[in-house]
Unconditional design. Structure first.
Lengths: 206, 116
């Protein structure tokens, strides 16, 4: 490990000692942060996977049902029936903080409760079912969106944090320690040299 | 803050969402989907994207992970082909922890018995 390029003086020694103690403290803090983030991540990732499977299963069912509705209706009728939604769903979006990381927090604020966008005689009842099932699925879909995004963001953050911890542990701290040891040696060497010189001068005087 | 929702996908899969009140954008290929996403990313908070479009755009979608919004969520389409969402979760876990913590859970369907 290369030592830093500094002058071996007492001033530098003091500065480096301060930096070392900061680095050690920062390293400990970051390591704790990393542990806690990983703990939260595992919980969230498990929820994410479970939710994902649930939502995908239901969605497959809904889309299958919708396929049936499509197949018994002429394409142009289906398109006109669905083209103009009766209401638009809105989501309440805010930001939550997980370990100082801003993650999305989404809640359904207005579900499309106003009913179907078409008259009942226009299209088969399978379409009604699938539309109402999608509407019912929205809370879960939004929760999945929220959790999945958080998991992805947290994964990135953990990765970044790990890099920081490693940089401190394997580069910064060893470098500082080595430089401090080098300065100490150099200083005591100088001291010994000075002492010997003084003794020699003294010896010559007598 | 009230957010809007959108879905990007091929004609059939998005129609049912459109009926339920989500703004729908038709995109028949990935190039079109990329253009649409670029355009609507600022206006919509939650964007659903069908999997066959999300898969080739995975690299492009990474840039949305920097900020909380918009949330781009891959969903299975009518043509099936599920599994991308699960892959993404596993990938994230592997990136963050170095190991796949869901190894015991197994692929979809055959799960519950080993999962504690």
């Amino acid at each position: 490990m290369a030592r830093l390029n500094v002058n071996p003086t007492r001033m530098e020694l003091k500065k480096l000692k301060a930096r070392l103690s900061t680095a050690v403290r920062g390293h400990k803090l970051l390591k704790d942060k990393s542990d806690e983030m990983i703990r939260r991540f595992t919980v969230m990732a498990r929820e994410n996977l479970a939710l994902r499977r649930e939502v995908e299963g239901e969605l497959a069912r809904i889309l299958g049902q919708f396929q049936v509705a499509r197949s018994v209706t002429p394409a142009y009728r289906a398109e006109t029936a669905f083209a103009l939604p009766a209401s638009s769903v809105r989501a309440e979006c805010s930001v939550a903080s997980v370990m100082g990381l801003d993650v999305p927090k989404i809640a359904l604020s207005q579900s499309g409760g106003a009913g179907l966008p078409y008259a009942f005689f226009e299209i088969t009842s399978e379409a009604d079912y699938s539309v109402s099932m999608v509407t019912a699925l929205f809370p879960k879909l939004l929760r999945l969106a929220e959790v999945e995004k958080s998991v992805r963001m947290l994964a990135d953050e953990i990765e970044r944090n790990k890099r920081r911890v490693n940089a401190l542990e394997y580069v910064m701290i060893p470098q500082l320690e080595e430089t401090i040891a080098y300065i100490r040696e150099k200083l005591s060497e100088n001291e010994r040299a000075a002492l010997v010189r003084i003794m020699k001068v003294k010896g010559k005087q007598q | 803050m009230t957010g809007k929702m959108a879905i990007v996908g091929d004609g059939d899969s998005i129609m049912v969402f459109q009926a339920a009140g989500v703004s729908a954008f038709a995109a028949e290929n990935e190039k079109k989907a990329r253009d649409i996403l670029r355009k609507i990313a600022k206006d919509y908070e939650v964007i659903f994207l069908t999997e066959e479009l999300a898969r080739p755009l995975a690299d492009f979608l990474k840039r949305f992970d920097e900020t909380p919004y918009p949330v781009v969520l891959p969903i299975p389409s009518g043509k099936g082909g599920a599994g991308l969402g699960e892959e993404l979760v596993r990938g994230a876990a592997e990136r963050a922890l170095g190991i796949d913590i869901f190894l015991g859970v197994g692929p979809r369907g055959s799960s519950e018995e080993t999962h504690q």
